[in-house]
Ligand binder design. Structure first.
Ligand code: C2E
Ligand code: MG
Ligand code: MG
Length: 702
């Protein structure tokens, strides 16, 4: 019932119905008006005709009876008026003499019963010597003097019923009604048809608006009526075209990565959601590959933003090619293509919707690693990148985008830890690893707060005479349950969770205080403190170092700061701005792990460093690897030419020492002389026999 009611109500409220009803209304009003006018005209006409007719009868009667009346032939007069009364259009007649005495009568009359008619009409007619007419409701009365030989011999009074001469109004109305119905029957369907036809464009517009609301905007409405509707349709077309362009633009902004033109994270997530749902329903398998470029940040920093973007574009192209290769070999099955996306920064993802076997994913991962390993040509330079790939298989490793991406990310981190340029499949144990990392990070935060970090010192020895030249401060963590931990156990986690800056500050302050404490005891040992990238790049780094020196009252020339090659390479201007004010006060700077980075030598030698620290890997490999030996020789020769000090790290054997000494290394550091040790051991190392100093130290609580 309800749908019928609904449909009826819709039809009733439709424009066609409204216009049709309007037409019907106008038609009926017009007919009513015409009928009214017609009725009015007919009434006037009727009245005129009735009067004429009545007068004519009275005139005929007067003429017909005059001679008989003059002769006194009342009988004949009576016969004559009787014959008139028998007609339908005469109701009654009477005749009076000039003194108004009724001579004869017939039919229905008033006043005629008395001997002397007191009829005012008769009085007026006789008085005026001409016909007098009175119109009553249904009757017209005419009194006409009867002349004979020029004198009045009486008067005739005729009662004529109006109905006898006029057409009845009811009939008129019936006729008009019939005409009205006929007109409505003919014109209303015509009106409905015409309205419907002229509303055709409106229906088109409505349909177009409906389609537009269901997001189909690439449409055109064709209305060629040449009227306002055509103007409206054209306005609609323009509006749709603009909306279409805007929606496409919004879609692009929301779902496309502007640098590489690849789908972005949001778009990838949606696709992954769709594909994983289908995989679960159809008992199918697919893979998500999570890619993180190795060394991209470093390359990006040295290239600058514009070139960095160009490099990302080139990476995206190679990834698309690798994915296309997979699509071609798998296109036959279901035809669902792969999707490469950029999540942001140097992170990309690849979705492989239908896998015959997980080994297919491994093949694609290997192809990607090989593709990215090939050098990129950017502004005439060859740039080398690498990529770490994590693979998660769905639905086995997760059936929703969040879990899958997290697991693929964990697998990627594992690949990265293994040195990059490789891929790893997700394993359940990685979740455990991630959990442990989380616990570690929390504990590390506690460690910074609760002063669990301590500083060990490793001696640096002069090659020339074997004397103590200085020390390197190396952080240790006195873990409440795990005991003393080396940086290897926590430095990477600290870097990843951003705690490395705080840890560096703690070490710098402690080292300054402790070395200043020793100095007060008369033992002056310079100290080298490692500075991480994050710490170095913090706003006001130089000021914080000066503050630490001042707080500890340590002369700046006793402090050396070690920067790794990658930090030194980043932003030359920034590095100079941070180094120069400190160098001006006497702080010296060393490049740590020299030789392991990919720095441009010409650039590095122009930076104002004081010391090169040859990485321990070269020192270790020198005896077996001629290449390592050449690197050491080269660095030492270069440092000599530049008049810089050199520290050979990781010296463990006398052979290594002898070779380094022969090649002109100025300082050596390594287990051969001493492992990293607590401050009191360093003090003893410095002054092995000074009991006096030991006693003073004990008194000072060191
Ligand atoms: P590094 O700055 O290159 O420090 C030298 C590392 O080599 C130290 O490891 C030291 O114990 C080790 N070493 C010294 N001589 C020998 C040797 O003869 N043989 C071998 N096999 N190893 C030797 P450690 O203390 O474990 O520190 C590792 C790294 O952690 C440091 O490398 C440094 O990069 C970082 N690190 C240590 N303390 C800090 C710190 O306070 N801040 C920052 N940012 N990094 C630190
Ligand atoms: Mg160091
Ligand atoms: Mg080092």
């Amino acid at each position: 019932m309800a749908p019928i009611q609904h449909a009826v109500s819709r039809v009733m409220r439709s424009l066609v119905m409204k216009f049709t009803l309007l037409c019907a209304g106008v038609l009926i009003a017009a007919i009513a008006l015409l009928t009214g006018i017609d009725y009015q005209t007919t009434s006037v006409e009727n009245r005129r005709r009735s009067l004429e007719h009545s007068e004519l009868i009275a005139h005929l009667l007067a003429g017909d009876t005059a001679a008989y009346l003059a002769r006194g032939n009342v009988e004949e007069v009576s016969r004559r008026i009787d014959s008139f009364v028998s007609r339908d259009d005469v109701e009654g007649i009477y005749i009076v003499d000039p003194l108004r005495s009724v001579i004869t009568k017939a039919g229905e009359t008033e006043f005629a019963d008395s001997a002397r008619a007191a009829d005012p009409l008769v009085i007026m007619a006789l008085g005026a010597a001409e016909a007098r007419i009175e119109v009553r409701e249904n009757i017209i009365r005419v009194a006409k003097p009867i002349f004979y030989d020029g004198r009045i011999i009486g008067a005739v009074v005729v009662n004529v019923p109006t109905s006898a001469v006029t057409r009845p109004a009811g009939e008129l109305l019936r006729r008009q009604l019939m005409i009205a119905i006929a007109a409505l029957a003919i014109f209303l369907p015509l009106a409905a048809f015409a309205v419907r036809k002229s509303l055709g464009p409106v229906r088109k517009l409505t349909e177009a608006a409906r389609l537009a609301s269901s997001r189909k905007l690439d449409l055109r409405i064709d209305v060629n009526t040449g009227d306002e509707l055509e103007v409206l349709a054209n306005a609609f077309n323009r509006m749709f075209a603009r909306l279409d362009a805007s929606v496409k633009r919004i879609h692009r902004l929301a779902y496309v990565d502007m640098v590489t033109e690849l789908p972005n994270r949001e778009r990838f997530r949606k696709e992954l959601e769709h594909v994983t749902r289908r995989a679960v329903e159809e008992d199918d398998e697919g893979a998500v590959l999570f890619l993180d470029l190795d060394r991209f940040k470093r390359v990006n920093d040295s290239l600058g933003i514009g070139e960095g973007d160009r490099l990302l574009e080139a990476v995206a192209r190679r990834l698309r090619e690798a994915a296309r290769g997979w699509d071609l070999s798998h296109g036959g099955e279901g035809g669902e293509p792969s999707m490469v996306a950029r999540l942001g920064g140097d992170e990309f993802t690849l979705l492989l919707p239908r896998l015959r076997d997980p080994s297919d994913a491994a093949r694609v991962a290997r192809r990607i690693v090989d593709a990215i390993r090939r050098p990129f040509e950017i502004s005439g330079h060859q740039v080398f990148l690498g990529v770490s790939v994590g693979v998660a298989i769905f639905p086995k490793d997760g059936a929703d985008p969040e879990t899958l991406l997290r697991h693929a990310d964990l697998a990627m981190a594992a690949a990265k830890r293994n040195g990059g340029n490789s891929y790893e499949f997700f394993e359940a144990s990685m979740n455990q690893g991630a959990f442990e990392r989380l616990v570690l990070e929390n504990e590390l935060r506690e460690a910074v707060k609760d002063d669990q970090l301590v500083v060990y010192y490793q001696p640096k020895i002069r090659m020339a005479d074997g004397s103590l030249a200085g020390s390197e401060a190396l952080v240790r963590w006195r873990h409440p349950s795990a005991g003393l931990l080396s940086p290897g156990a926590f430095i990477q986690a600290a870097e990843e969770c951003g705690l490395i800056g705080d840890i560096g500050d703690v070490v710098l302050r402690k080292a300054c205080h402790e070395i200043a404490g020793l100095r007060e005891l008369g033992i002056e040992i310079p100290v080298a403190v490692n500075v991480s990238a994050m710490q170095f790049e913090r706003e006001g780094f130089a000021d914080s170092v000066l503050e630490a020196l001042e707080d500890a009252k340590l002369p700046p020339h006793l402090l050396e700061l070690e920067l790794t090659e990658s930090v030194a390479m980043r932003d030359p201007e920034r590095v100079l701005n941070s180094i120069e004010p400190l160098q001006a006060r006497g702080v010296s700077f060393a490049i740590d792990d020299f030789g392991t980075g990919h720095s441009s030598l010409s650039y590095l030698t122009r930076m104002p460093f004081d010391v090169f620290k040859i990485d321990q890997s070269f020192v270790r490999d020198m005896s077996d690897d001629p290449h390592a030996r050449i690197v050491v020789e080269t660095i030492l020769a270069m440092a000599k030419a530049l008049k810089l000090k050199t520290v050979a790290e990781g010296v463990e054997t006398t052979e290594q020492l002898a070779f380094l000494k022969a090649q002109g290394a100025t300082l050596a550091q390594g287990y051969l002389f001493g492992r990293p040790m607590p401050l009191e051991d360093l003090m003893r190392f410095a002054q092995p026999v000074s009991d006096e100093a030991a006693a003073r130290a004990a008194a000072a609580g060191i």
